[in-house]
Unconditional design. Structure first.
Length: 256
């Protein structure tokens, strides 16, 4: 009889163990299913965000290309007409030639500046000439403004880019330079471009700097966040280092 009781207890324990094991397996399967479901939701959100960002970039580029075309065709042609009229005035009023020459020089400089801005805004020009040359031309254009000096060191001539990567990098570069000119009160900007081992654009200014902890409270944080989001879209890091009265360094580099 004791033997039967012991056998019954063993069978009961085995049965309970099987039930527990079955429950554990079910729980593990459920957890895996939840994890897989959450991962799928996260992936869908990422893909949606990438699609949304891509659409925003394409819309922005279409708008910039349209502005570029208007500057080139409309404003550029009008300045050409003005210069032609000035040349006629020089012939009609030779005694005013010196004054008219000054006006003509100003119109020519304005025309060259508009042409440079038009090229900087135009995606087709960027794709044709490449990111490095586009940055070089921007440096030349900015250096015509005597209030700030931009120094460029480039060592990435053989680097190739995808179309989106090139456009996004250049727009982030433009946004960064514009912020320095507007807010940093810098006298010098140092730009270093290298591709060994990873592609990197490093931009350093000698301006007033700022407190990174207070950046979120500033209206400039929107522009910075936009640069970060764009960087992530092409798998790049956007790194900021700044100290009050000691300038700012921004590094845009490929993620490892």
């Amino acid at each position: 009889m004791l033997h039967n009781i012991a056998l019954g207890i063993i069978i009961s324990l085995l049965f309970i163990s099987l039930i527990v094991l079955f429950c554990v397996v079910l729980i593990k399967l459920y957890i895996q299913k939840i994890k897989k479901y959450n991962a799928q939701i996260y992936e869908n959100e990422i893909n949606f965000q990438k699609t949304l960002n891509q659409s925003i970039i394409e819309t922005q580029e279409q708008l910039l290309n349209s502005i570029s075309q208007d500057l080139h065709d409309d404003a550029g042609q009008q300045l050409t007409v003005i210069n032609f009229q000035l040349e006629n005035l020089k012939l009609d009023f030779p005694e005013c030639q010196d004054d008219l020459n000054l006006v003509s020089q100003s119109v020519t400089k304005l025309s060259e500046s508009l042409r440079g801005i038009s090229h900087a805004l135009n995606t087709n020009w960027l794709e044709k000439n490449g990111l490095i040359d586009a940055i070089h031309n921007e440096v030349i254009r900015i250096n015509k403004n005597k209030s700030i000096a931009v120094h460029l060191t480039r060592n990435a001539e053989n680097k190739s880019f995808s179309g989106d990567e090139q456009i996004v990098l250049f727009r982030i570069f433009q946004e960064t330079i514009n912020n320095i000119i507007k807010h940093a009160k810098a006298r010098n900007i140092e730009i270093k471009i290298e591709a060994n081992p990873l592609f990197k654009i490093k931009i350093t200014d000698d301006g007033i700097g700022f407190d990174l902890n207070k950046l979120k409270e500033s209206t400039n944080s929107i522009g910075i966040q936009n640069c970060i989001n764009r960087s992530n879209l092409i798998h790049y890091d956007f790194i900021m280092e700044s100290k009050i009265n000691h300038g700012t360094t921004i590094t845009l580099q490929e993620k490892v």
